[in-house]
Structure formats: C-alpha cells, structure tokens
Design a protein around this ligand. Structure first.
Ligand SMILES: Nc1nc2c(ncn2[C@@H]2O[C@H](COP(=O)(O)OP(=O)(O)OP(=O)(O)O)[C@@H](O)[C@H]2O)c(=O)[nH]1
Ligand SMILES: [Mg+2]
Length: 393
C-alpha cells in the first residue's frame, strides 16, 4: 500500500514536471517580438572606416538635410545601409539649403508645434522639386489624412511619414543588371546628351572589375565622334569595341557585335545608340528596328533595355520616359546627373507613375560615379542624418 502511494506521488511529480517544462517552451516561443527586439538592439550601426568618416564629415559641411528634432529630442539615425556616404555626397545639391531635401528639413527644423499650413508648404516644395503633380497629390493625401486624424502630431512624425512614402514609391524593384544569359545584351536608349555613352563606359568599368568580359557595340553610327567616344572608354576599360562605317545601319553593327560575343564567349554586350538621328527615320522606329535585329542575333535579346534619363531635365525626363515606354518595352531606367540638380524629385514621379524600376543612378562624370540603385540606400542618403549630424544631435 505504502509502495503504491509512493509510486502515485512519483508519477504525479513526473507528469507535473513534463507539463511545466512544456509550458515554459511555449512561453518562450510566444515572445518572438521580444527576441527580435533584443536582437535589433544588439545590432550595431555599420562601422565606418576613418576614410569614410572623413568623407561623411566633408559632405555634411555643405549639407543641411537632417531629420528634425521632435520637441528638442534628438532622433537616432536609422541603421545605415551600405555605402550611403558616397550616395549622399552625390546628392549634396538636393540636400543643400536650397535643395529638395534641404528645403523640407528647414520647414520642420526645431518645430515643436506643427503649423496647420505645413501640408501646403510640403506640397509647394514637392511640386517645385519635380516630383510631379499626380505623385505629389498622392503623397499629400496620405499626409493630410494623418494630420487630420492627429496621427502625425510632431514634425518628426511628418518627416518619418514622408520618408516612408518615398520608400514605398521607390521599392518597386530595380538594382543591378542580372548577367544570366551569355551574352547578356543591354540596349541603351534615350534622347541625346542624357549620358548613354558615358553610362556604358561606367557599366563596362563595373562589370570588368567584377571579372566579367564585356564587349561594346557602337550603335550610334550617325556621328564619328560618338564612335570615338566609345573607343576611348573601350581603351580605358580594356574591352573590344565593335563598330561599323560612319552612317552604317546601327542594327547591323549591333548584330555583328552579338555574333562576335557569342563566338568569343563574352558575358556582356553593351549596345550604344544615337539619341538624335541625322536621317529622316524617327528615333522610335529606328530603335524598334534595332531591337528586332538583336532578337535575330541572340535568343531573348535585348535582355535589358535601359532608358537613360537626365535628372536635370526635370519633368521633361518624365515625358521622355512615357514616350519611350509606349514605343519599346523598357526593363529599367538609369537616372544620370543627379549630382547636378538640387531638385531630384523626378525619380519619385517616374517610379510612382510609370512603375519602371531604376537600375542605376549617375552621380558624376567619373567611371566610378555610377551607383546601383537600392531604394533603402537612396532614401537614407536623402533623408538620413550624416554621421556628423548624428554625433552633433
Ligand atoms: N555630372 C554628370 N555628368 C554626366 C553624368 N552622366 C553623363 N554625364 C555627362 O553628360 C554629357 C553627355 O553624356 P553622353 O554620354 O555623351 O550622352 P549621350 O546620351 O551618349 O549623348 P548622345 O550620344 O549625343 O545621344 C557628358 O559630358 C557626360 O560626361 C552624370 O551622372 N553626372
Ligand atoms: Mg552617345
């Protein structure tokens, strides 16, 4: 009898022990957010080398864009995505006092109470920064809604809302060319002077540095200078340039280039085209014809059709994008000369209205002034505080 009681007690203790340990496991599993939070807290901001810090400090001197302070509280800068410093330096004009972001920052700086007219003032800045009417109104509708519901009660909240909107608009894909096919054929199009040939040189530099073989096709056969410009890049980067006689059929030149690339096992063909034709053929018809010839040379070619737009053209760049999009299927945009404009809002309008992803942005004339477009990095470079500002805050 005594043994039976002891056996029952031991059994009860074992069952209780098993039940308790299970509950504990469930309890831990039920707190994922706390664990994520703890992990997030332990993530340190990306470490900057002394060189990068010096660069940031230099850029920050001319720089006025920074998140405002909410009621005197300094706001920690979000974790920096990779190499924001270089992007920020290229966007210095947009962040300057008279620039797109600089003007927005000035509007909010040091304000504890929000002016009821703030939405109108934001609207004026967005419109005059080439964001475009439709996109400005879409952003403003959300902002006004938040303000009327008192969800956006501080300048920091409005700033954050604007930043979130920018990220939402820009996160439609984009980023680098995928070199899947051999050869991957990239067709560069755009009106004259936007930076097609320069971008080809920059792209060739980038891909050669990654160990890819690159061939350049001189599809702008209408000007001898255009071929020479490409040859200079070819020499500099160390890749072959396939060209025809002046006035030759651009499609035929690009066809030859693709054939050559196939025979030599080249990874990437970058095909240049004219932005303005000296013949009677309209530009869009000529480009459609070249694309058809490319298809005959390699299956699926062109694998990328990149429209090169000059950011300093403002709203004209948006009209060009619409025009090209109607004529040929575009796979992405390269937005050049962002370093040369204080506006820079055109990128928001294009992504929002046309939904064409941005693959690269041009931030200068040098070979390494082409940056792969990453929405997070771009938004951080525009809206985020630089290292110096964060230290000062
Ligand atoms: N500041 C700055 N200048 C650039 C950028 N990209 C190109 N450029 C300059 O813009 C000018 C025109 O560039 P090109 O590459 O010749 O333009 P394109 O589209 O080939 O012109 P066409 O052949 O006439 O159609 C050159 O002086 C380039 O150095 C950039 O991102 N920033
Ligand atoms: Mg050119």
């Amino acid at each position: 009898m005594t043994y039976a009681i002891i056996a029952v007690v031991v059994l009860v203790v074992i069952v209780l022990f098993v039940l308790l340990s299970r509950k504990q496991e469930q309890g831990e599993a039920g707190l994922p957010s706390r664990r994520v939070e703890a992990r997030a807290k332990s993530v340190k901001p990306a470490h900057l080398t002394p060189e990068e810090r010096a660069k940031e400090a230099e850029a920050a001197k001319k720089d006025t864009a920074r998140p405002p302070e909410a009621g005197g509280r300094s706001v920690p800068a979000p974790r920096a995505p990779r190499d924001v410093a270089a992007m920020r330096k290229g966007l210095a004009k947009a962040r300057s006092e008279s620039g797109f972001l600089g003007r927005l920052a000035t509007l909010f700086a040091g304000k504890k109470e929000l002016d009821p007219e703030i939405a109108d003032q934001v609207e004026e800045i967005l419109l005059s920064s080439d964001v475009g009417v439709a996109t400005t109104h879409a952003i403003l509708a959300r902002l006004r809604e938040g303000l009327s519901k008192h969800e956006l009660s501080s300048s920091q909240a409005v700033w954050d809302a604007l930043r979130t909107e920018a990220t939402r608009i820009l996160e439609i894909g984009g980023g680098r060319i995928q070199v899947g096919n051999k050869p991957t054929v990239v067709f560069m199009v755009g009106v004259n002077g936007t930076g097609k040939t320069t971008t080809i040189g920059k792209l060739a530099t980038k891909f050669k540095a990654e160990g890819r073989s690159v061939l350049l096709a001189a599809g702008d056969t209408f000007r001898a200078a255009a071929v020479q410009q490409l040859e200079v890049w070819g020499k500099r980067v160390g890749c072959e340039v396939v060209k025809g006689k002046e006035g030759a059929d651009p499609g035929a030149v690009i066809f030859d280039a693709i054939q050559k690339a196939k025979q030599s096992g080249i990874d990437l063909v970058l095909a240049d085209t004219a932005g303005r034709l000296q013949t009677k053929t309209p530009l869009m018809d000529e480009l459609k014809k070249i694309a058809r010839t490319m298809q005959k040379a390699a299956e699926g070619a062109p694998h990328e059709t990149l429209l090169v737009l000059d950011a300093t053209n403002g709203q004209n760049a948006t009209s060009q994008a619409k025009m090209f999009q109607e004529a040929i299927p575009l796979t992405g945009i390269v937005l050049t000369k962002l370093d040369g404009t204080a506006k820079g809002g055109v990128i928001l309008g294009i992504c929002d209205e046309l939904k064409i992803p941005v693959r690269y942005v041009g931030l200068g004339e040098r070979a390494d002034d082409l940056r792969e477009f990453i929405a997070d990095e771009f938004v951080e470079a525009l809206f985020g505080a630089s290292a110096e500002e964060t230290v000062a805050a």
